[in-house]
Design a protein around this ligand. Structure first.
Ligand SMILES: Cc1cc2nc3c(=O)[nH]c(=O)nc-3n(C[C@H](O)[C@H](O)[C@H](O)COP(=O)(O)OP(=O)(O)OC[C@H]3O[C@@H](n4cnc5c(N)ncnc54)[C@H](O)[C@@H]3O)c2cc1C
Length: 468
């Protein structure tokens, strides 16, 4: 059976079979049966990671999406215990059923931007982040995890119970067990007002500090993607979100682009980047001052079949070329190094002749939960979606560009996100993640039979110079 990731579609992987348990007992049995048969397991939620973390060639695959029930809702403390195959729609709906003590309901603090169907288990395993201006990655919002370990036994992991395992599972890419459920810390639901500026990168950092002083909670900066433009990567749309208590605030307006507008802009970003940015900034400036709920504002329009749409939207007289999709990469740099990084990033992208289709800058606070933190410090996070043609040359170009961008980030004391690809060299992995060897050692300790595996794991084991 052939499985693939959703966004890049660059990880076709043949697995022996797929199991989709719908109860905790069935999940434990999957692991016990795998042990009896001597097979390994890969595990996936919504299959949005892009480095082969959720697949293992020739092994059994566990699909977690059948597990999405609410297990316990503590409305006095704002703690939601829910199965890990739940996606953000399930979680947000469940949080709205929980009355908050001061009136209103509870809500999530953060979720990924750009995709909603990802699961809680997948999000914890990547230690994902949203666009909070003063937030650590998602692990900070996790009170505890219910894990099915390599023996098929159920373990509760938290900061006080099985604490080491807890820190390994958060950002641990499914290598330490199957996350059956997690308790998510919620926040009282509030309204926010969107504030939009178009500004230069040189002003952006100060603008962030001003907005933080002004109590804004969320924000991001979407930059110019046209390499012919003098302001390439240097100018952008800065959108921030400030809490508001105004009663007339509508709070229900959809914060993101309508699907047809999203597709049009995506197509324009391929064909006419200047026009794409112009329309995008007009759209955002037109929403300046609008109010949203802080949680549903984070929901995004995303169409998984976007590559088929782009192919269909090509002129009829143009012969269909090889498949094209987007590959994402995320780089981190100390905040005061963002200008230097973006200047170097522009050089790298131009030198490799790769096209940015979409890019954004966000902020993160130093992570104190994960054993393998990508947010090693308070960083600026720079995300690039690169157009990637599925030929050897096209894929190599994207890989080289991302290696160049990783070097540019590392030189400035930064890092990169493990979830989006596995292009990094050994030296880059070790510099960005000095504890990677120790991470693999812990893996062998907790799972000596390698019951849980993935092509991403096997790649890194080989890269680090050990046999899987
Ligand atoms: C368009 C797009 C936008 C994105 N935006 C953001 C963003 O804004 N911020 C951000 O941080 N990330 C972002 N991501 C990355 C995304 O958050 C991660 O790749 C996340 O892991 C995807 O979750 P998933 O449910 O699809 O997991 P999968 O891709 O299915 O799996 C990812 C990892 O989690 C493991 N896993 C999944 N479920 C379980 C489980 N129950 N128990 C144990 N292990 C499990 C898998 O083995 C694998 O290692 C984006 C990705 C895409 C494609």
């Amino acid at each position: 059976m052939l499985l693939n990731d959703v966004h890049s579609q660059l990880n076709p992987t043949s697995v022996t079979d797929v199991v989709r348990p719908t109860t905790l007992e069935a999940l434990c049995e999957v692991v016990k049966q795998a042990a009896r048969e001597g097979v390994s397991l890969s595990v996936a939620g919504a299959r949005h990671a892009m480095g082969g973390q959720q697949f293992a060639k020739g092994q059994r695959h566990v699909d977690m999406t059948g597990l999405h029930r609410v297990l316990h809702a503590d409305a006095s403390l704002g703690l939601l215990r829910i199965e890990a195959g739940a996606n953000w729609h399930h979680i947000i709906t469940a949080s709205h059923q929980m009355p908050a003590p001061g009136g209103g309901t509870w809500a999530i603090r953060q979720k990924q931007t750009g995709v909603d169907e990802v699961t809680l288990g997948g999000s914890i395993s990547a230690n994902a982040h949203g666009r909070g201006l003063l937030m650590q990655p998602l692990g900070a919002d996790i009170e505890d995890l219910t894990l099915v370990d390599a023996q098929g036994e159920v373990l509760l992991c938290s900061r006080t119970q099985n604490a080491e395992l807890f820190s390994l599972v958060v950002g641990g890419y499914g290598l330490f067990g199957l996350i059956y459920a997690a308790t998510l810390r919620l926040t009282p639901r509030q309204r926010v007002r969107r504030m939009v500026d178009v500004l230069d990168l040189t002003d952006a950092m100060n603008a962030v500090y001003r907005r933080v002083d002004d109590h804004c909670l969320y924000g991001d900066f979407q930059f110019v993607i046209d390499p012919q433009d003098d302001t390439f990567l240097q100018r952008g749309v800065f959108a921030c979100y400030k809490p508001t208590s105004e009663v007339e605030a509508p709070g229900t307006v959809n914060a993101d682009l309508q699907p047809e507008v999203w597709l049009q802009l995506l197509k324009l970003a391929h064909d006419d980047k200047a026009q794409a940015f112009k329309l995008y900034s007009q759209h955002y400036l037109g929403t300046h001052g609008q109010c949203y709920w802080a949680d549903t504002m984070q929901l995004s329009t995303y169409i998984p079949s976007y590559a088929d749409y782009l192919e269909r939207a090509s002129p009829a007289d143009q012969p269909a070329g090889p498949k094209q999709t987007l590959v994402i990469g995320e780089l981190y740099v100390p905040r005061d190094q963002i200008a230097a990084f973006m200047t170097q990033a522009a050089r790298v992208l131009k030198a490799h002749g790769v096209e940015v289709i979409y890019g954004t800058i966000r902020a993160i606070l130093k992570d104190d939960t994960s054993f393998l933190p990508w947010a090693k410090d308070d960083f600026a996070c720079v995300i690039f979606n690169l157009r990637t043609v599925h030929t050897d040359e096209g894929k190599a170009r994207t890989a080289e560009a991302f290696r160049g961008l990783i070097d540019a980030a590392l030189v400035l004391g930064g890092s990169y996100f493990l979830t989006y690809h596995r292009y990094a060299t050994r030296a880059q992995v070790v510099q960005a993640y000095p504890q990677f060897e120790a991470f693999l050692k812990h893996k062998r300790h907790f799972d000596p039979q390698e019951r849980f595996t993935s092509d991403w794991y096997r790649h890194h084991v080989a890269l680090m110079g050990r046999q899987p």
